[in-house]
Design a protein around this ligand. Structure first.
Ligand code: SAH
Length: 239
């Protein structure tokens, strides 16, 4: 079971209060998670984080500090963004239980991504996620403390792992990583923009729909190569 939990990284984006980083580390350790990624934390390392981590200081000691969300999830095949607010044109939306089961059933590296205390995750950051997970909370007061949200989703991962959820079988080809998909989307966007298919004033709109479409398909490594090959053949001048 531990190897199943070890494939999961918890990513905290631009956390403002170091105490929340410590409390998140503690929440993770209680559920058997160990891999913490911090995207541009305001203050870290910090005594307050250490104090709030209680006995989970090794999770902090081994935390990776990175400069962008994209870097934090580059090798991942599943990226679930935690958001209190439901979005328009939502990504496949999961509740915490489905999130635990979906992550445990995924092959490859997985990430749970949490936003800033005040403003959460931006739409551009949610674009980098394959799923959105919302904790069903009081609609008049739906925003949990960051570390409390980490606790709820980590708990559900553990429950799913204990129940034996795991990848059913090895896929034919490895699933595409986040970075491979980002390169495909960038290539597609260049070709579509150059050929006048994208609205130059709002290219994001169509690109978001295309991301959603490809996400649903669950592309593997070979399929990404095929799609990029098609683009290169049809538009050899654009790489
Ligand atoms: N005011 C922010 C919420 C920030 S809370 C907003 O409206 O988006 C900090 C982070 O905790 C959020 O970005 C999210 O990742 C997580 N979180 C808090 N409440 C949540 C909920 N009900 N469901 C899912 N994630 C939640």
């Amino acid at each position: 079971m531990q190897d199943q939990l070890d494939k999961v990284r918890v990513v905290l984006v631009e956390t403002q209060h170091p105490g929340n980083i410590g409390a998140a580390a503690r929440a993770m350790k209680t559920m058997g998670l160990a891999r913490l990624y911090l995207v541009n934390p305001r203050q870290f390392p910090s005594d307050e984080a250490e104090a709030r981590a209680s006995g989970a200081t090794e999770v902090l000691a081994e935390a990776r500090i990175v400069g962008s969300l994209r870097e934090a999830v580059a090798e991942c095949t599943l990226v679930a963004g935690a958001s209190a607010r439901p979005r328009k044109l939502a990504w496949p939306e999961l509740d915490p239980r489905q999130c635990g089961e979906t992550v445990m059933a995924a092959s490859g590296e997985c990430a749970l991504v949490f936003g800033r205390e005040r403003t959460g995750l931006t739409n551009a950051e949610l674009d980098l996620c394959t799923h959105v997970v919302t904790i069903p909370a009081n609609p008049d007061y739906a925003s949990l403390n960051l570390a409390a949200a980490v606790q709820v989703l980590s708990y559900e991962l553990r429950v799913a792992a204990l129940a034996g959820h795991r990848p059913v079988r090895e896929p034919e080809a490895p699933p595409a990583t986040h970075e491979q998909l980002e390169q495909l989307y960038a290539h597609l966007q260049r070709v579509l923009a150059d050929r006048g298919f994208l609205n130059p004033d709002n290219p994001e709109h169509l690109m978001r729909r295309l991301r959603r479409l490809y996400n649903r398909a669950g592309l593997d490594h070979n399929e990404v190569q095929i799609l990029r090959g098609i683009l290169t053949t049809l538009a050899p001048d654009i790489r």
